[in-house]
Design a protein. Sequence first.
Length: 80
Amino acid sequence: MTQKSITIKTSLDARQAAFFVQTAGKYESDIYVSIAEKKINAKSIMGTIALNMQSGQTAVITAEGKDENAAVEELAAVLS
């Protein structure tokens, strides 16, 4: 399992949330994002929108699978 904590640089609107989900969808690993007490599947557009990622929040990206390292690094780059 790979995990990375990052500070979100820019709030995600619907278009950016869709790009985030598309990026997560490129990977076979199970990928989750959590902020405070909320945890969502990064491949779910509804979950990503519901998480309401805002600038300045700390998000934890967790992935488990054969391409977990690449998934976490790319998604962290999308959020920062």
